[in-house]
Write a protein that binds this ligand. Structure first.
Ligand code: GTP
Ligand code: MG
Length: 532
């Protein structure tokens, strides 16, 4: 389905607002879209069938108001020698037309209306606009406010002012949006060379064969082309031509919108890839996590020393932990790392705002996260001191400490029993003092080594705590790194979605349905009125 220009503008504006608040689009680029006009001539009318809207446009004093007065046959607009004369728009239209639906942005206080009952001009609204080139800025604003509602602009010039820069610039900027007719007024003062030169200028601007009328609006009636001009306009006031002009304007504006969107898309596409940003973050984090670990060694030792001497506090402080390893130094160092990373992003033409917004949520909670990880690991280390090999060895030694002396005692007992039995049978000597000493020594020797080893190899609270704190710091840092990497991925996900919407919008701008496509017949009066 082909989209209407106004729908496309609305969607583009919504996109721009969102992309700007998310930080992808800077203010200047967003403004380019947000200030685009979605108003078309049909905005002045609620129903489908509408009149042709024709406006006199040009510099001050060229005779615009005099021309509309001549049309009306009475002074409906103020004309004179004062520069500028007109400071309002004058609307001249058939009495059957209703202009109750004027959009809010058109200043009603600056509208002057006059009606007629001329049947031939039933479908035309004539508008006399203020000048576009005077020092009165409000006049220019008023013209710009009305321009989107005009179908045909009648560019009025005088022989002495046909090369006027300001009007000419607007013609070039607005050119393709409207149909154009040209009036070389005050022809009573004109020269044929000026007419030719004006025609050449228009040709250069892109009008293959411009329609120019030479008029003289003085009291002493001189022959001129005013009547032909009136007939031409009247011939244009058909629904078919109005539709063609409307469709063409939509198409031109869609192309302009597409150019804007394409420009934005190109500038956003310069962002480095997700992979590159992730690598950049890893590089920053690897360097800084080493510094952080080194810097945290001292508070770790302080905490370990404290608990070695106050082991009982470990229980008491369960509810109020004093293990404040991740201190203000660590947090501010971490924030510095993030700042350095953001500066790096900016240097790579990547807007840092979307990243800052996501990362801020993480950095706010870093102290809590690190504390939690460190405490958990420290407690775990105290419950299970040493490494697994140490714990296995100590367990074995505990078993040996019990079972080796037991085995030695059983052996001694069995010897005592055997010796007693044999001495009864053979009247031999019973066991002597030597046996008693050796047996005691054997039992002592089987007990002492495991006892000694257990004593010596038992990990101290300090070393266990240090190990636990170290492990907690590593785990915490791993978590922070992971969370930031995930935040980067999420930002890129948003970026990709935003780019996808933008791409779709650009495609919709290219998309024109059959009924929206403008085909202007070769013999149509429009062919000479439209900019190539
Ligand atoms: N000689 C001569 N003077 C003309 C002609 N048409 C208009 N004038 C005079 O030119 C002066 C300016 O005319 P306006 O109709 O007020 O000009 P305008 O373009 O509306 O000027 P702004 O309202 O200031 O933009 C008036 O004094 C007119 O009498 C013409 O064909 N020949
Ligand atoms: Mg005027």
């Amino acid at each position: 389905m082909a989209y209407d220009y106004s729908d496309l503008i609305e969607t583009s504006k919504t996109w721009a607002t969102h992309a700007h608040s998310a930080g992808w689009l800077d203010e200047e680029l967003a403004d380019k879209l947000l200030t685009l006009d979605n108003r078309l001539p049909n905005a002045l009318f609620s129903k489908d069938s509408r009149p042709l809207i024709v406006a006199f446009f040009g510099g001050s004093g060229v005779g615009k108001s005099t021309l509309i007065n001549r049309l009306a046959g009475k002074p409906i607009a103020k004309a004179g020698i004062e520069r500028p004369t007109s400071r309002e728009v004058t609307l001249f239209y058939h009495q059957s037309l209703s202009l109750q639906h004027l959009p809010d942005h058109l200043p009603l206080s600056q509208i002057n209306t006059a009606q007629h009952d001329e049947e031939a001009q039933k479908n035309i609204i004539w508008i006399d606009m203020p000048d576009i080139d005077s020092s009165t800025q409000a006049n220019k604003q008023l013209v710009l406010q009305w321009l989107p509602h005009i179908d045909v602009l009648i560019y009025v010039v005088s022989p002495e002012r046909y090369r006027d820069q300001k009007s000419w610039q607007l013609l070039l900027a607005e050119g393709a949006r409207h149909g154009w007719l040209f009036i070389l007024n005050q022809w009573d003062n004109g020269l044929p060379e000026q007419f030719d030169d004006f025609k050449v200028q228009l040709h250069k601007a892109g009008f293959f064969d411009p329609v120019i009328f030479k008029t003289v609006c003085t009291d002493n009636a001189q022959p001129d082309e005013f009547k032909q001009f009136e007939i031409t306009i009247t011939s244009l006031a058909t629904q078919h031509i109005i539709e063609q002009l409307e469709q063409r304007e939509q198409q031109v504006r869609k192309t302009e919108l597409k150019t804007h969107l394409q420009f934005i898309s190109n500038s956003l596409a310069q962002c480095p890839s997700e992979q590159l940003v992730l690598e950049e973050w890893t590089k920053h984090w690897q360097q800084s996590s080493k510094q952080l670990t080194q810097g945290l060694r001292w508070p770790c030792q302080q905490v370990a020393n404290y608990y070695t001497n106050h082991a009982s506090d470990l229980i008491q402080h369960a509810a109020h932990p004093i293990i404040a390893i991740w201190d203000t130094w660590a947090q501010s160092r971490f924030l510095d790392v993030l700042d350095e990373f953001f500066i790096d992003l900016q240097q790579r033409h990547l807007p840092s705002k979307p990243f800052k917004a996501r990362v801020a949520q993480i950095s706010d909670k870093t102290t809590k996260l690190m504390q939690h990880k460190i405490e958990l690991a420290a407690r775990h280390a105290l419950v299970n001191p040493g490494n697994s090999w140490q714990r296995y060895f100590l367990k074995t030694m505990h078993i040996c400490e019990i079972f080796l002396p037991l085995a030695a005692m059983m052996w001694v007992g069995s010897q005592v029993f055997i010796a007693f039995y044999q001495s009864n049978q053979s009247n031999m000597h019973y066991l002597g003092v030597d046996f008693a000493i050796h047996s005691a020594l054997l039992i002592a020797l089987t007990w002492l080594p495991p006892f000694f080893i257990i004593k010596k190899m038992q990990p101290s609270i300090k070393s266990s705590l240090l190990k636990g704190l170290d492990k907690g710091i590593n785990q915490g840092m791993y978590s922070v790194d992971k969370q930031i990497s995930e935040a980067i991925q999420m930002v890129y996900q948003e970026y990709n979605e935003s780019m996808m919407t933008l791409k779709e919008l650009i495609e919709h701008c290219e998309d024109t349905s059959a009924e929206q496509r403008v085909t202007i017949e070769k013999n149509s009066p429009l062919t000479r009125m439209l900019l190539n």
